[in-house]
Design a protein around this ligand. Sequence first.
Ligand code: MG
Ligand code: ZN
Length: 161
Amino acid sequence: MKKALFVDRDGIVNTELGDYILSLDEFTVHPPFIPFLREATQRGYETVIITNQGGIAKGRYGHSLVADCHRVLWEILAKEGLSIREAYYCPHHPEGGNCLCRKPSGLLIEKAVARFGYEKSLSLMIGDKQRDVDAAIDAGIRGYLLPPNPPLEALLSCLPD
Ligand SMILES: [Mg+2]
Ligand SMILES: [Zn+2]
């Protein structure tokens, strides 16, 4: 059975700087994420990013910046022999109208589960905000709340033995 490791992006995959990522040079991989992804991959997880990018709705940056960040991320991971299956993002923000996909909604997790056929009971979500855990609960999977930019040990502690 396929199992997924769902990860929030900013503060887990890349370094959280305290504001939206507004340019490509602000997007740097959080160093412990690389060995964490390697361990998760070895344990049979496929990794999927689930991220709110409400700065798009606010006009702070565009879809193209998100695409550029993910292309750079894909390249960095490929050099390590690693990969992420897909990145799903919500570009909306309540200021501009409600949507169904923004975390704490579990919809983007459900979308990935439906597309790739993950077993929910074996899958988990890791994030640095309560809404990440709430999205996991909404989708019916386990969720783990970590501080932003967590050390490797904290990341690994979320993977079951
Ligand atoms: Mg975050
Ligand atoms: Zn949305």
